[in-house]
Design a protein around this ligand. Structure first.
Ligand code: TYM
Length: 338
């Protein structure tokens, strides 16, 4: 039996943070055992907002290195750069032509990002979720491990596959595209900002203190945690809706220590913020330390990284082109001459 497929990706914009790791990349590692896994660095998504070309190139390579440092194993997973596999843009065009504009205008992330761009909103930003649907559908992915914020994009990918391709173009009911399912963990899927627990931790927050970068040095991690917003109550608890900061920091503590929620609850019930923040900083530093050491080793050998991405591109191309041909054929594009 062929193993089920998994696909996911992260944008190479700035440095990855704790939310990206706890909500997404950290969950990819175990999936490598039981699934055929594809992980891409989605550089074409990163250019949907203004960007610096030099930084994008550096970030693309360093994001790939971080995948490896977090435990993505090139022997088990296909690791590649989205723009290296041209089928992503090609399928995106086809899907653009069947996706209603009003589906796109409903996308929450588009609305949020568009407000920040004012008059400079690009067509690419509006189209972002269709490109994401292409990423997923090209690999016949069964599961897509992501954080909570990507749920609506996943629903769109499912609707495009089902309602706009399979129901309209499949003959004899054979599906053309696999309809994927999101895989969203119950705990780390929405890590909130350290400075405002109403917002998610995000790469684009102008306040650096709102997030912990995976490559932040120990002193900076401790400083950010020390300054994290808290409340004036004594004792820490998960479930009080009036205490979102406590919920967020305890969740991070649970995930970086690997302790259960009830263990953490018992440990911190009577603790003050000062003591807890020291514990959290120590636990975060020690959870990130092996990732940081491994990253430092990996970036020393750029040739090896490029080789991994070249091998990944070859494998990804093969799978993606097969799907692209299937869709092209189904919608009536004339078969390419051999
Ligand atoms: P991106 O680059 O914004 O984020 C990468 C992954 O990290 C998750 N994430 C979070 N999880 C928990 N708490 C947070 N505060 C937090 N912030 C981010 C995201 O949910 C995501 O899983 N559109 C995607 C990239 C993408 C993609 C794909 C993902 C493009 N094509 C195909 C899966 C499959 C994005 O912007 O992720």
């Amino acid at each position: 039996m062929t193993p089920k497929r998994v696909l996911s990706g992260v944008q190479p914009t700035g440095s990855l943070h704790l939310g990206n790791w706890l909500g997404a990349i950290g969950n990819w590692i175990d999936l490598q055992k039981d699934f055929e896994t594809f992980f891409c660095v989605v550089d074409l998504h990163a250019i949907t907002v203004p960007h610096d070309p030099k930084l994008l190139r550096e970030s693309t390579l360093s994001t790939a290195a971080l995948y490896l440092a977090c435990g993505v194993d090139p022997k088990r997973s296909t690791i590649f750069v989205q723009s290296h596999v041209s089928a992503h843009s090609q399928l995106c065009w086809i899907l653009n032509c069947v996706t209603p504009l009003n589906w796109m205008e409903r996308m929450i992330q588009f609305k949020e990002k568009a407000i920040k761009q004012g008059d400079n909103v690009s067509v690419g930003l509006l189209d972002y979720p269709v490109l994401m649907a292409s990423d997923i559908l090209l690999y016949d992915a069964d599961l897509v491990p992501v954080g909570e914020d990507q749920k609506q994009h996943l629903e769109l990918a499912r609707d495009i596959a089902q309602q706009r391709i399979n129901s309209k173009f499949s003959k004899k009911g054979d599906p053309i595209l696999k309809v994927p399912k999101p895989l969203i963990s119950s705990d780390g899927s929405k890590i909130m900002s350290l400075t405002n627990a109403a917002n998610k931790m995000s790469k684009s927050d102008p306040n650096e203190g709102s997030r912990i970068g995976l490559l932040d040095p120990p002193e900076l991690i401790a400083k950010k945690i020390k300054r994290a917003k808290t409340d004036s109550e004594a004792g820490l608890e998960f479930a009080n809706p009036k205490r979102p900061e406590a919920h967020n920091l305890l969740t991070i503590y649970t995930l970086v220590t690997g302790k259960s929620k009830s263990e953490v609850e018992a440990e911190c019930l009577e603790m003050g913020w000062g003591k807890f923040k020291t514990l959290l900083a120590e636990a975060t530093v020690s959870a990130l330390s092996p990732i940081q050491s491994s990253y430092q080793e990996l970036v020393k050998d750029q040739a090896q990284l490029e080789l991994i991405l070249a091998t990944g591109k070859e494998k990804a191309d093969e799978v993606a082109n097969t799907t692209l041909d299937r869709v092209s054929n189904a919608i009536g594009l004339l078969q390419k001459p051999i």
